[in-house]
Design a protein around this ligand. Structure first.
Ligand SMILES: NC(=O)c1ccc[n+]([C@@H]2O[C@H](COP(=O)([O-])OP(=O)(O)OC[C@H]3O[C@@H](n4cnc5c(N)ncnc54)[C@H](OP(=O)(O)O)[C@@H]3O)[C@@H](O)[C@H]2O)c1
Length: 171
C-alpha cells in the first residue's frame, strides 16, 4: 500500500457497513473526488425469468441497484467537499439485466438530484474478470477506460447518461 492509500471494507448490501465505512473515511480524509460504484453480482439460478424466486430477486437488487444508491447517499457529503469539478460517477442474465436497468434509473434520478455532480452508468463490455471469465473479449484496462475517462477528462456536462466506449448508448 502506497503512502496516503487506504482500503475500507464495505458490504454494499448492508447499510450499517456502508455508513460505518463513510464515517471511517471521514476520519482519514476530509473529501472524496470520485466515487465508483463497481460492486455487482450475478446469482446462481438467474436464468428463466419465471423461475426466479423473490429472494434471488431481492438479493440481486439489494447489491446491484440499492447498493449503489446507499453508497452514493452515504458519501455525497464527502463528495460535496471535493474541489474537483467532477464529483462522482457510477458504473456497472435476466434478473441481472433488470437490476442494471433499475440502476440506470437510479443514476438518472441522482443526476437530477445532484446537479453539481457528474453521475453516470458505464457498460464496460465483456471483461476478463471473475464475472466475465477468461474468454471475455476485453482486458480490465479496456473495461475501465470509460470509467477512468469520466473520472478525469470527460466534459462536466456528461451526466445522467449510460455510456460505453466513451459514448452514450440507449438502455
Ligand atoms: N465482467 C464483465 O464482463 C461485466 C460486464 C458488464 C458489467 N459488469 C459490471 O462491472 C462491475 C464489476 O464486475 P466484475 O466483472 O469485476 O465482477 P467480479 O469479478 O464478479 O467482481 C465483483 C466485485 O463486486 C464486489 N461485490 C459483490 N457484492 C458486494 C457487496 N455486497 N459489497 C461490496 N462489494 C461487493 C466483489 O467483492 P468480493 O470479491 O469481495 O466479493 C468483487 O470485487 C459489476 O457491477 C458488474 O456487474 C461487468
Amino acid at each position: 500500500m502506497r503512502q496516503g492509500e487506504h482500503f475500507l471494507e464495505i458490504d454494499v448490501a448492508d447499510n450499517d457497513s456502508v455508513t460505518t465505512a463513510a464515517r471511517e473515511f471521514s476520519n482519514i480524509e476530509d473529501h472524496l473526488d470520485v466515487l465508483v460504484n463497481n460492486a455487482g453480482i450475478i446469482v446462481d439460478g438467474d436464468s428463466a425469468i419465471l423461475e426466479i424466486s423473490d429472494d434471488l430477486f431481492r438479493n440481486t437488487l439489494e447489491t446491484n441497484t440499492l447498493g449503489a444508491l446507499r453508497v452514493t447517499r452515504a458519501f455525497v457529503p464527502l463528495l460535496s467537499k471535493s474541489k474537483s469539478p467532477t464529483g462522482g460517477l457510477m458504473v456497472g442474465r435476466r434478473l441481472y439485466c433488470i437490476s442494471k436497468t433499475a440502476l440506470n434509473g437510479v443514476t438518472s434520478q441522482l443526476a437530477t438530484a445532484l446537479p453539481k455532480f457528474a453521475v453516470n452508468s458505464v457498460c464496460p463490455g465483456w471483461v476478463r474478470t471473475e464475472m466475465g471469465g477468461e474468454n471475455a473479449s476485453r482486458s480490465v484496462e479496456e473495461g475501465a477506460d470509460t470509467i477512468v475517462w469520466l473520472a478525469s477528462d470527460a466534459p462536466q456536462n456528461v451526466t445522467g447518461k449510460f455510456l460505453r466506449d466513451r459514448k452514450e448508448i440507449p438502455w
